[in-house]
Ligand binder design. Structure first.
Ligand code: OGA
Ligand code: MN
Length: 297
C-alpha cells in the first residue's frame, strides 16, 4: 500500500504516534469493519506494530469478533487467583485490580508496575498480538508504553549486531510481568535452570521480514552457551538499546480506547497506579501462527 493510500482510505486515517512505533486509526467502528477497512488496518498494523482506536463502544463479543480477524485466539489463561476471567467467553481475559465480592481481584497484574516485556515468549510459539479495551481507567497512572524492536535492532552498534548473530536468549517462564509466579512453577535463582524457551536474539518479522531484537523480559533471561556473568553483561548491553523512553509511545488511557500491539515487533510496560483506583481492561490474544524465526539478513 502506498503512503497516500495508507494515510487515507475510505475515511480511515493512520496518524503515527511516534517516529518509530504506533499509529492512531481514526474513522472506524471496530464493531462494524468492512473487508476494505480491515485490509487497511492489517497493513497499518504491520507497518506501525501498535495501533490505537479511540472511543470504541464494544461488547466483549464484538471485541472477540474483531480480534479473530487477525487469527485464532488463545483462551484466557488461568489468573493469579486461579480462575478464568469471563464465564461463557473463554477468549476474553481481564487485566484489573478491582476486587470481586469474594475480596479477590477479578483480573491480572494488580496495580503495580508491569516491567518491560513481550507477552508469553516463554512458549515455543508465543502469541502474535495482544489487544486491550479500556472499560475503567484510573484518574492518574496506569499508562501503557510501547517500544519498537526494529528500531532497537537498528540502534545496535555494528559490532554488537555481529556478536549476537546466531545467539539465542532463554525467555523465562517463572514470572509474569507483574512479578507474580506463574501457576505450577517453582522459582529458582539460576536463569540456566528456570523453565522457558530459547529464541534467536534477532528474529525476522513473519510478514515484513524486518529484523527485530527479541528480548522477551529481562528477569531470569539467559544467553545460550554463556556463563552467567557474561550472559548478564551482554543482556544489559542489549537492553540498553531497547527501551529508550525518548522513542517509546506512552499511552494515557481513556475509556473506550483499544490498543493492540505486535508481540514480536514491540515490547510494552505499564506504570503503577493508586491501588484504591479502579482499572479494568478486557483483553484478547491472537495465537502465534509460527515460532520466532532467526533473521539471516
Ligand atoms: C498485558 C499487559 C499492561 C496494561 O495485558 O499483557 O502487559 O497496561 N498489560 O494493562
Ligand atoms: Mn503484557
Amino acid at each position: 500500500m502506498s503512503n497516500a493510500a495508507l494515510s487515507e482510505a475510505g475515511g480511515l486515517q493512520a496518524r503515527p504516534l511516534t517516529s518509530v512505533v504506533g499509529a492512531e486509526i481514526t474513522g472506524i467502528d471496530l464493531g462494524d469493519v468492512s473487508d476494505a477497512h480491515f485490509a487497511f488496518v492489517r497493513e497499518a498494523f504491520d507497518r506501525f506494530a501498535g495501533l490505537l482506536f479511540r472511543d470504541q463502544d464494544l461488547t466483549p463479543d464484538q471485541l472477540v469478533a474483531f480480534s479473530r480477524r487477525f487469527g485464532d485466539l488463545d483462551h484466557a489463561p488461568v489468573m493469579e487467583n486461579g480462575r478464568t476471567a469471563v464465564p461463557g467467553l473463554p477468549e476474553v481475559y481481564l487485566v484489573s485490580n478491582i476486587k470481586g465480592s469474594d475480596g479477590k481481584e477479578i483480573g491480572s497484574l494488580g496495580s503495580g508496575e508491569a516491567v518491560w516485556h513481550t507477552d508469553m515468549s516463554y512458549l515455543a510459539a508465543p502469541p502474535d498480538i495482544s489487544m486491550l479495551h479500556a472499560i475503567e481507567v484510573p484518574p492518574a497512572g496506569g499508562d501503557t508504553w510501547l517500544c519498537g524492536m526494529n528500531a532497537a535492532y537498528q540502534a545496535l552498534p555494528e559490532d554488537l549486531k555481529r556478536r549476537v548473530e546466531g545467539l539465542r536468549i532463554k525467555h523465562d517462564g517463572t514470572y509474569n510481568s507483574g512479578g507474580y509466579v506463574r501457576q505450577g512453577v517453582t522459582p529458582t535463582d539460576d536463569p540456566r535452570e528456570s523453565p522457558g524457551t530459547y529464541h534467536p536474539v534477532v528474529i525476522a518479522h513473519p510478514h515484513t521480514g524486518q529484523p527485530l531484537l527479541y528480548l522477551g523480559r529481562r528477569r531470569m533471561a539467559h544467553i545460550e552457551g554463556l556463563g552467567l556473568a557474561e550472559s548478564e553483561a551482554l543482556l544489559d548491553e542489549l537492553w540498553s538499546y531497547a527501551t529508550q523512553e525518548k522513542s517509546a509511545y506512552r499511552h494515557n488511557w481513556r475509556i473506550g480506547d483499544v490498543l493492540m500491539w505486535d508481540n514480536r515487533a514491540t515490547m510494552h510496560r505499564r506504570d503503577p497506579f493508586d491501588a484504591s483506583a479502579r482499572r479494568l481492561m478486557r483483553r484478547t490474544q491472537v495465537k502465534g501462527a509460527t515460532k520466532p524465526v532467526a533473521y539471516t539478513g
